[in-house]
Design a protein around this ligand. Structure first.
Ligand code: GDG
Length: 472
């Protein structure tokens, strides 16, 4: 019997510790939910990945048994591997270059050594369970070498690869000392997917120029194989956000927000701490808005959640300090005894708080410098059951290609962003409704289940096409 095997850097699990014993519960992130539809349809399915923390040797056996019960297969990483492969190569080389911030990249050979070593580790975990007839779906930039490594061992197997972050233009990608090896790894897949058409186009152009391969339309001929490159814009678990609207806790949270903020309009901002998310530029825009529009004093507040992330990396720590400083500075200049212009939280919140905020906020400000897709903006839209509210969205987010009814801004243009805030706060209800309705239809139709279905179907089609070419 053939089966589906999903591979991602992280397993979709939440870890809890009690009396020194670790236990693992499946987490309900968007990817996990979407892939759950494949998982449940096929009882043989497996998911391979790192459990998300260092597991002491003596606990590995017990943890493996717990995870195996849920069809999950752990790849254990040592402290050194986490530092060099994950924090190093993935987050200090690939992440900045792929997000057009190449000056942040540190091209350390030791990072590369560990990146190869860990991709090998994933390969070993995979080939221990994979059969030639299986379908393997590999996710994201931490595992770019894996498709090629698997292809060398199992030439017949079906491999799909999806990258969740942008693929940069050739001029950026060529900066990487290991560009050819990385492309060679990705081209082990039968189908390579990205969020947008532009990412796919950049990948095709890098492959053509760096590996001198033949490309025609969305096809690459490589080592006697034909690889298809396409865009698959990812959706959200729309049903989950719709259901949260009727959740008792969420309703209570909305009442609490109403009590706290009264008639003050809320502009919402939610991201992981990351320089790609444009948090500082967003604060600068809000600062300019406050400066140019004193009439909004005590009438509007920015509610800004920054979720701690990667704060072992220097640039992230520095960014956090700058955000702290600017948020504090804006408050110091404009606040009054009973109003703060910026309500800033550096921590994560339960989904019930997020849903309440999505429903409560008049405006959602999503202005990354670069973002593969960005799901927060789609979650805001899915939560607006009355079809009101305004989304301000960066043209550098993959989502801007779909959510064209948002107010689209250039995140480098602080003045334009501050003007968009004014436009959003003054948008007639009729116009809000017209725009939000369009966006809600799109988010509901092209949800995460749809994304998984389309990718898996296309992967099957590509494989059949390749096989029919071989038998001709
Ligand atoms: C990568 C790509 C691409 C945020 N704060 C809290 C919380 N969140 C949830 C959001 C959303 C998710 O985290 C963030 O997703 P994004 O898509 O916005 O960003 P990345 O983490 O950078 O994801 C991105 C994505 O992969 C998928 O392909 O869209 O471009 O960079 O779902 O709601 N969740 C909870 N508490 C919080 O405080 N519970």
């Amino acid at each position: 019997m053939s089966k589906t095997i999903i591979v991602s850097n992280r397993l979709p699990v939440k870890i809890t510790e009690q009396d020194g014993q670790l236990s693992f519960k499946t987490s309900e992130g968007g990817l996990a939910t979407g892939l759950g539809s494949v998982f449940q349809a096929d009882a043989e399915s497996l998911w391979i990945g790192w459990p998300g923390m260092e597991v002491p040797d003596e606990q590995e056996k017990n943890v493996t048994a717990q995870l195996n019960e849920q069809s999950l297969i752990p790849v254990y990483l040592s402290k050194e591997e986490i530092t060099q492969y994950y924090e190093g190569f993935s987050n200090e080389v690939l992440w900045p270059v792929f997000h057009y911030m190449s000056t942040y990249a540190r091209y350390e050979n030791i990072y590369w050594d560990y990146y190869q070593q860990v991709n090998e580790k994933f390969k070993n975990a995979l080939i221990a369970v994979a059969q030639p007839g299986d379908t393997i779906w590999i996710h994201d930039y931490q595992l770019l070498l894996l498709p090629g490594l698997i292809r060398a061992v199992l030439p017949e197997v079906t491999i799909g690869f999806f990258q969740h972050i942008p693929f940069p233009s050739y001029e950026l990608f060529r900066l990487l000392p290991w560009r050819a090896e990385l492309l060679n790894g990705m081209l082990g897949a039968d189908l390579v997917g990205f969020h947008t058409y532009d990412d796919a186009r950049h990948f095709l152009s890098s492959a053509a120029r760096i590996l001198q391969v033949q490309t025609a339309s969305n096809n690459i001929q490589y080592n006697g194989r034909s690889i298809v490159v396409e865009s698959f814009p990812m959706g959200i678990d729309n049903a989950k956000f719709e259901a949260l609207i009727d959740n008792t806790q969420v309703k209570q949270n909305i009442l609490n927000l109403r009590e706290t903020f009264g008639n003050v309009h809320i502009i919402l901002s939610i991201d992981r701490l990351d320089y790609s998310k444009g948090i500082l530029q967003r604060l600068q825009a809000f600062d300019l808005f406050m400066q140019d529009h004193p009439e909004y004093k005590e009438k509007v507040s920015l509610y800004m959640i920054v979720v701690p992330s990667r704060d072992t990396v220097t640039q992230y720590r520095e960014l956090r300090d700058e955000i702290d400083k600017l948020a504090g500075n804006i408050n110091a200049r404009y606040r009054t005894n009973n109003w703060s212009p910026v309500n800033y939280f550096y921590r994560s919140f339960p989904i019930e708080n997020l849903s309440a905020l999505f429903q409560f906020a008049d405006v959602c400000l999503v202005t990354p410098m670069r973002d593969g897709m960005n799901l927060v903006c789609k979650e805001y839209v899915a939560s607006r059951k009355n079809n009101d509210g305004v989304l301000i969205l960066s043209e550098m987010a993959g989502a801007s290609k779909e959510l064209t009814d948002a107010l689209i801004v250039n995140p480098n243009n602080v003045l334009q962003m501050s003007q968009a805030i004014v436009a959003a706060l003054n948008m007639p209800l009729e116009e809000q409704t017209r725009r939000m309705k369009q966006m809600r239809e799109l988010v509901s139709k092209y949800n995460v289940m749809h994304w998984v279905r389309v990718f898996i179907e296309r992967l099957g089609e590509v494989k059949r096409m390749q096989q029919s070419l071989l038998t001709k």
